[in-house]
Write a new protein. Structure first.
Length: 403
């Protein structure tokens, strides 16, 4: 024993006391100490496993007790804030409902119509172009938005000039790719409807009506609206007048009044009135040349077709060709050949001056007014452009779907 600096007798007594204490305490050997330590460690591990198992059992039993109604008191769920989910459906291209077709030459043409795409508001006015005579058409280009003034007719001319009109007016100078609106009328604020457009020798003539008034406007073909000049009012006209150009500088304007009549004259000149057959209702006039005129009429009892060989001075009735209540449009090719088209009866053709008529095309949708050029013919129905293959009266019609 160290650390004591007292007298030797005391130190010796403390030393003996320590030796006696060691002899009385029996310390286990090292192996026994190690075995006891491992036993205690294993015992603690087993208790931990049992505790975890108990926790798992409680976690499993608690939801079952809640579902089975073992407890009448359920914890209150936290409030769920309202969630607004907006689902945007992508726009999908719908079919094009065509209204008219026109060709500048036997190869290049344009058709117009409305396209109602799912997912977009309104039905924009679109144009499709063909460079192979109507066998196929390219992707549509937009002429006007759905909320803009529409157009139901199209007229294509050389040098890539195309007009879409009735009641609005739009012009393209690149064959129908890009379009711009044209405002017409005696004043910029007046609401005029364009009924007809014709181009000859680089000059465009526009027939525009408002109420019971009609004006002719002329200008450079393809130029914007500010180049159009008001050539004066056409006397005796009504709001649904249509224009024909039978030859020379004459403009024949159909006036569906009582009795029906034709105002024959030139833009900016004097006008001469010629009467149509008294029973004619909703007249449709077509003039392939200055002398041969065709007239289709409708009334309560049926329809009738007339021909004139003297520029509308005298008329001869042909055989009946239309059904009662079916308003028809006549498209004359020559003194002997003409088409009749209407919403119910399809397309009828005569090659003998109207003595006999043959139904040559009866599509499932309403048919438009044929466009005839250099022995070729095209007509629209629904989303289809029909092209005549062969001669008029004996050829067949082939369809090109657009859309």
């Amino acid at each position: 024993m160290t650390g004591y600096s007292g007298p030797d007798p005391v130190r010796r007594a403390l030393q003996r006391y320590g030796e006696d204490l060691v002899e009385q305490v029996q310390l286990p050997p090292f192996e026994e100490v190690e075995r006891r330590r491992r036993r205690r460690r294993n015992a603690r591990g087993g208790q931990l496993v049992l505790a975890l198992a108990a926790v798992a059992a409680v976690a499993t039993a608690l939801p079952l007790a809640l579902v089975s109604g073992a407890s009448n008191e359920r914890p209150a769920a936290p409030p769920v804030p309202p969630v607004t989910v907006t689902v945007t459906q992508p726009a999908t291209a719908g079919p094009i409902t065509l209204s008219d077709v026109s060709f500048a030459d036997p190869t290049h043409g344009v058709a117009i119509g409305r396209r109602c795409d799912r997912g977009n508001s309104g039905c924009p006015l679109v144009a499709v172009r063909s460079a192979d005579g109507g066998r196929s058409f390219d992707a549509p280009s937009t002429v006007a938005r759905g909320d803009a003034p529409g157009a139901s007719k199209v007229a294509a001319y050389g040098d890539d000039i195309v007009y879409a009109y009735d009641p609005g007016l739009y012009v393209s100078t690149d064959g129908g790719v890009a379009w711009q609106p044209v405002t017409v009328g005696p004043s910029p604020d007046s609401a005029w409807s364009v009924r007809d457009v014709a181009v000859r020798d680089g000059t465009v003539t526009v027939l525009a009506t408002a109420g019971e008034r009609a004006h002719l406007l002329t200008g450079v073909a393809g130029a914007p609206a500010d180049s159009l000049t008001d050539a004066g009012e056409v006397p005796g006209t009504t709001g649904d007048a249509r224009m024909q150009r039978p030859g020379g500088d004459v403009n024949a304007v159909v006036v569906p009044s009582t009795p029906p009549q034709v105002e024959l004259g030139a833009a900016g000149g004097t006008w001469q009135r010629r009467s149509l057959p008294g029973a004619c209702v909703a007249p449709s006039l077509s003039t392939p040349n200055a002398d041969d005129w065709w007239l289709a009429c409708s009334d309560r009892d049926g329809g009738q077709v007339y021909r004139s060989a003297d520029g509308g001075k005298t008329w001869t009735m042909t055989s009946p060709a239309t059904s009662a209540g079916d308003t028809r449009v006549v498209t004359a090719v020559s003194a002997k050949v003409a088409y009749l088209s209407g919403p119910e009866s399809g397309l009828q053709t005569t090659v003998d001056g109207g003595l006999t008529w043959t139904t040559t095309l009866r599509p499932t949708a309403a048919i438009g007014e044929p466009h005839v050029l250099d022995g070729n013919a095209w007509v629209v129905s629904g989303d289809v452009v029909w092209r005549l293959v062969g001669s008029i009266g004996s050829g067949r019609w082939e369809a090109a779907t657009v859309g």
